[in-house]
Unconditional design. Structure first.
Length: 184
C-alpha cells in the first residue's frame, strides 16, 4: 500500500526548497515582457504540456483578480504539433512555432522535468536568437537550466515532485504578475 503521508511530505519538502528568488525573477521577466506589449509563450511535453496550457490560461483568462486579459499562449495545440512532427520532425514542433510567433521582447517559457527535452531546447535557442527572454522550469538536472536567462529549478529527480513544484511555482509567478501589473 502507498504511504500517502510520505508522498505528501516529499511533495511539501520539494516545494519548500524552491528558491523564491528564482520565482521572482521569472515573474519579473514575464511582467516586463507583458508590460512592453510582448507575450508569454509556454511549451512542454506530456504532463508539462498540460501544465504549460494551464499557466497560459491563467494569464489569458485570470488567475485571482479581475483584470484585462494578458497574452499568455501555449504551443501545444494538436494540429500544428502533429503537422510539424509529420512533415519535419518532432524535434522542431516548438521551434517552428517560435519562428512563426515569437518576437523580440517576448517571454518564452519551457517546462521539462528532465531539462533535456530536445524540442523545448531547440525552441528556447531559437527564441533567444529572436531576442526573447527565455525561462525554464525544470528539475535539478538537464541542460535547459544553464542555457536560459532565468531558471526556476525544482530540487528533485522525481517527475511527479518536479511537476508539482513547477505548477506551484508557476501559480506564484501568476500571482506576482497580476499584482505587479494591476494591483493599485
Amino acid at each position: 500500500m502507498t504511504d500517502i503521508s510520505a508522498q505528501l511530505k516529499r511533495s511539501a519538502e520539494t516545494i519548500s526548497a524552491i528558491d523564491p528568488a528564482q520565482i521572482q525573477a521569472a515573474a519579473d521577466a514575464v511582467s516586463e515582457s507583458l508590460r512592453q506589449g510582448g507575450q508569454a509563450i509556454f511549451m512542454g511535453n506530456g504532463g508539462s504540456s498540460a501544465d504549460a496550457q494551464h499557466i497560459a490560461a491563467e494569464l489569458s483568462g485570470r488567475y485571482m483578480m479581475e483584470r484585462p486579459a494578458l497574452a499568455g499562449v501555449c504551443l501545444s495545440n494538436i494540429a500544428p504539433v502533429t503537422a510539424i512532427g509529420n512533415d519535419y520532425s518532432y524535434d522542431v514542433v516548438f521551434k517552428r512555432q517560435i519562428e512563426a510567433f515569437c518576437r523580440k521582447g517576448d517571454a518564452v517559457i519551457g517546462l521539462s522535468t528532465s531539462g533535456n527535452s530536445k524540442n523545448v531546447v531547440l525552441a528556447l535557442e531559437e527564441a533567444k536568437r529572436r531576442g526573447a527572454v527565455t525561462i525554464s522550469f525544470t528539475g535539478d538536472g538537464g541542460v535547459m537550466k544553464d542555457m536560459v536567462d532565468v531558471a526556476v529549478i525544482i530540487p528533485s529527480h522525481e517527475t511527479p515532485r518536479i511537476q508539482e513544484g513547477y505548477l506551484c511555482a508557476c501559480h506564484i509567478m501568476c500571482d506576482i504578475i497580476e499584482r505587479t501589473l494591476f494591483d493599485q
